[in-house]
Design a protein around this ligand. Structure first.
Ligand code: ZN
Length: 292
């Protein structure tokens, strides 16, 4: 499943191809993805100019000049592909599953010559269209917590959000109602970088007055760093998730602890071995020696 850095990579890949362009034609090849498309979906998109391309947590937000916003979520295997009209190569699809045209569900023809294709073999993604001013009250968006890459997100904010919780740090960080968009991979990575054991209670982040502790300072810094580094690296490409520019996206981000069970800890002078603790279908990876 794509995590926040991957979705931000997709947004950055789509922006130059879509921003300012008008949607000339919309082709829906199914009536639904995970859910049915909203009423008159194609008609409401056709002729509209794309005036903004934003992101909230793992939702892509395409602002339209009609005052509506197209919300798109990639689910497990969704991807956008950009094809300039002239360079479409029929028959060159065989090597990449996510380019298999039978999973191309939505095709947008733009007036700048680009064709934007949404492909989703497993169809866990979805699209919706809402009034832009009502975006924050959309059922999928209204309960979302803080954006971890927002400027306001710092140690004090982290302490305020999680410091009162008795839940383990790992679980508290995954709670989308507090911090939105952090998934298993980057929570594991951030806790490693901050030197914090995933099972420590989240209360370790706040002092008696509710202010940030040294642990909160380290963790807030680590969260921002791991996300920004992954975005910079083009987003990690796991399983069948692909980069928005239509490239293979074979780049695999180098993780410090994620998926490294039994490997040597990468922290200098640490003799630890990365451990994996499975819980509710997900695994926590950490170094039992240097994460305290
Ligand atoms: Zn270690």
């Amino acid at each position: 499943m794509p995590e926040l850095p991957e979705v931000e990579t997709v947004r950055r890949g789509l922006e130059p191809a879509m921003l300012g362009a008008r949607i000339q034609k919309v082709e829906l090849r199914r009536a639904d993805i995970r859910f049915p498309f909203p009423p008159r979906f194609a008609q409401r998109l056709t002729g509209r100019r794309i005036v903004a391309l934003g992101r909230r947590a793992k939702y892509l937000l395409f602002g339209l000049d009609s005052g509506e916003t197209l919300i798109a979520h990639l689910g497990m295997s969704g991807s956008f592909r950009i094809e300039a009209a002239k360079s479409v190569t029929p028959g060159a699809f065989h090597h990449e599953r996510s380019k298999d045209p039978k999973h191309d569900h939505v095709v947008l023809d733009l007036d700048n010559g680009n064709v934007i294709i949404y492909n989703d073999p497993r169809r866990f993604g979805f699209m919706d269209l809402v009034r832009s001013e009502a975006l924050e009250s959309h059922p999928r968006l209204r309960a979302l917590g803080d954006e971890p890459l927002a400027r306001e997100f710092d140690a004090a904010r982290l302490a305020a959000l999680l410091g009162g919780s008795r839940a383990p740090l790992k679980a508290a960080l995954l709670d989308q109602k507090r911090i939105a968009g952090l998934g298993n991979i980057y929570v594991c990575e951030a806790l490693f970088r901050a030197g914090l054991n995933p099972s420590r209670p989240a209360g370790v982040l706040a002092n008696a007055r509710g202010g940030p502790t040294r642990a909160a300072v380290a963790l807030a810094k680590a969260i921002r760093e791991v996300l920004e580094e992954a975005i910079e690296a083009g987003g990690s490409t796991l399983r069948d998730h692909r980069q928005a520019d239509g490239g293979l996206g074979y780049f695999q981000h180098a993780f410090s602890v994620y998926d490294r069970e039994g490997a040597a800890c990468l922290r200098s002078r640490c003799a630890g071995t990365i451990a994996r603790v499975p819980h509710s279908g997900r695994s926590t990876f950490y170094c039992p020696v240097c994460q305290k």
